[in-house]
Design a protein around this ligand. Structure first.
Ligand SMILES: Nc1ncnc2c1ncn2[C@@H]1O[C@H](COP(=O)(O)OP(=O)(O)OP(=O)(O)O)[C@@H](O)[C@H]1O
Ligand SMILES: [Mg+2]
Length: 602
């Protein structure tokens, strides 16, 4: 199994530079802005490169006219020009950022939305397999990666190269080729050194990040298990485990720091040596009168200026590599096709009487473990069919297949004669109401959770549904009433309360077809009886598939199917099945005995 840590920093993976081409659509959306930003970039660089030239003229003028009658306004104008150029360089690059910000932010927004929609398109199987934490990190890193790539390749690498070329051009025109060569050699050595050391350092950075994730996950897992820790008095043990992780983290961060120091020191050394060599060349030429003092100042200014963007090069290079990998993962995620899709030319499901037919279906979640075998039954319009059977027999699977969370392997499921694979998923799902076996709620108010069944419903309708699901008393007992927050996944409600919310939602949705999967299993017998009454009312005139463990709740069903090991082993009405004296009669006998016993003991 891949651990969290490996998952998080896949830097070993060679980045695929082709990913960059996937970014074009995001740039193309704002062509005008991109061009404007590039124009501002060129202006900023021109101003940067011109600044040392202005400095040269100031120094030369002052130097050559020292002691003589100097026209003070000339150097003053030059100084103003010098200052303006410096300001211009910053102004243009800030403007460029401002202009480009919209492009990068919009790209992040577009990608986030695309991913979100794509994830909702994916089949249930994908979501059962995913690791939410890891997926969320992939998405976050991927979207950040896109923004980083857009901003840094365009506005760090390209401009740095542009600046080096401009400076080399000026040096070539003003001085001789010796300076250009010296600077180019320095730049090449600097770049090669930075990239090499950065690659060497990557493992320390990765290690530090992995340890960071690890200790974080450890702390979070421990806090999530707060109650369990208390049950076993294991605070000290937890602290020790956490501290071990922290120890690893400390070591990794230390190595990271030291290697960063090596990088910085090495870079400074290269700059220092380059400075010495080039300035020494210039000293000789000033002494022999070949170049002026102003030229000397200019070279110095160029050297200082040139290495500033290069300083960040190691960081930018590493981040770009990482961003490429992250974006590639994101694009790959987007490229995966959902396993359940609307067929080409799928039509809308037309429901007349809502008759459901399971026609000799076979199904397996995994090829090596068949679940349903030759299941064949139909639910006539307006009838209720109940499915009973041992845990794991495949009852909920029937419901998932009808809802088309999965496609059957053989046979077909039809509603009013239409194969559910030939109609759109949206039209299919709009006619089915499900009360699932485990209800999970949104971390929102009770009212919003109820209204989810039909966001267009009026307050009156929502309250009516709550009443029908016997939630009114409970809601009135809450200090915040309908505005009560239900907590993450609805954990602040009891199991029975959640089930009643699920029932109210389905009442609001008001579909012609109902699936009740153990809809009342978490209720006490009194509430159960009351709700069964309500459910009966709702399921009247509707085609209903009921799944239940407690046989007393389904004895009125038109037909009862008994499932065992993925097959239907018996079917008939309650009385027929009792009379047959088979599986069902046996189950009924058993449940009755235990119910009698529990009543006696009360
Ligand atoms: N996504 C899945 N991947 C693989 N196997 C699964 C998956 N979902 C369910 N199963 C298996 O399929 C079998 C049938 O599951 P199902 O949920 O239909 O049982 P059930 O009859 O509803 O049981 P219960 O009464 O406990 O709810 C079980 O053995 C279960 O382990
Ligand atoms: Mg089930």
């Amino acid at each position: 199994m891949q651990s969290y840590a490996d998952n998080d920093y896949p830097t070993d993976h060679k980045p695929d530079w082709k990913v960059i081409s996937g970014l074009w659509p995001y740039l193309a959306e704002f062509r005008g802005r991109v061009v404007l930003a590039l124009a501002l970039l060129v202006l900023a660089k021109l101003a940067t490169v011109a600044t040392p030239v202005a400095l040269k003229y100031i120094v030369d003028y002052l130097d050559q006219n020292r002691g003589a009658d100097m026209l003070l306004w000339i150097p003053l104008v030059l100084v103003v020009g010098y200052g303006s150029l410096r300001f211009g360089a910053t102004l243009f690059s800030e403007l460029r950022d401002a202009v480009f910000a919209r492009v990068a932010e919009r790209a992040m927004r577009r990608v986030s939305l695309r991913i979100f929609e794509h994830l909702h398109q994916r089949e249930l199987g994908f979501h059962l397999d995913r690791k939410t934490g890891g997926l969320a990190r992939d998405i976050e890193r991927g979207t950040n990666g896109i923004s980083f790539l857009l901003r840094f390749t365009l506005f760090n690498i390209v401009p740095t190269i542009l600046e080096i070329l401009l400076v080399a051009g000026i040096l070539l025109v003003v001085f001789n080729v010796g300076y250009v060569l010296a600077i180019l050699v320095a730049v090449v050595v600097y770049v090669v050194f930075s990239i090499r050391i950065t690659e060497w350092r990557t493992k320390f950075v990765r290690e530090a990040n992995a340890r960071d994730n690890q200790s974080n996950s450890r702390a979070i897992d421990s806090l999530l298990n707060y109650e369990t820790v208390k049950y076993f008095n294991n605070e000290r043990y937890e602290a020790q485990l956490y501290d071990q992780n922290l120890d690893d983290w400390e070591q990794a961060r230390l190595k990271n720091r030291l290697s960063l120091a090596t990088l910085n020191a090495g870079q400074a050394l290269i700059i220092g040596v380059a400075m010495i060599v080039i300035m020494a060349m210039a000293v000789g030429e000033v002494a022999s009168g070949e170049i002026t003092l102003g030229d000397f100042t200019m070279i110095n200014a160029y050297l200082l200026q040139l290495f500033i963007p290069l300083n960040a090069l190691g960081f930018v290079y590493r981040e770009i590599r990482q961003a490429l990998v992250n974006v590639e993962r994101l694009f790959k995620l987007l490229g995966d096709e959902p396993a359940i899709q609307d067929a080409a030319g799928a039509t809308e499901l037309v429901v007349a009487s809502a008759e459901v037919q399971f026609d000799h279906i076979h199904f397996a979640y995994r090829p090596d473990r068949p679940i349903l075998q030759d299941v064949n039954f139909s639910i006539p319009a307006g009838h209720t069919v109940a499915v009973v059977g041992a845990s794991g027999a495949g009852k909920s699977t029937l419901a998932r297949l009808l809802f088309r969370f999965y496609d059957v392997d053989q046979g077909s499921i039809r509603i009013d004669g239409q194969d559910i694979r030939q109609v759109t998923q949206a039209s299919l799902r709009s006619v089915i109401g499900v009360v699932p076996q485990d209800t999970v709620l949104f971390n929102d108010t009770l009212y919003r959770n109820l209204a989810y069944g039909n966001p267009a419903a009026s307050e009156e309708q929502v309250h009516r549904a709550a009443r029908m699901a016997h939630l009114e008393d409970f809601i009135h007992s809450l200090p915040d009433g309908y505005a009560t927050k239900v907590g993450e996944r609805g954990l602040k409600l009891s199991g029975g309360e959640k089930q009643r919310v699920a029932i109210a939602r389905v009442i609001l949705k008001n579909p012609p077809l109902l699936i009740l999967d153990e809809a009342t299993s978490s209720l006490d017998s009194l509430s159960e009886q009351a709700i069964l009454g309500a459910l009966k009312e709702v399921s009247q005139q509707r085609t209903t598939l009921v799944i239940a463990h407690r046989l007393s709740t389904i004895r009125d069903a038109n037909t009862i199917l008994v499932m065992d090991g993925g097959r239907i082993v018996e079917s008939g009405s309650h009385n027929e099945l009792l009379a047959a004296g088979g599986h069902y009669a046996h189950l009924w006998e058993q449940q009755h005995r235990s119910e009698d016993n529990s009543q006696l003991s009360q």
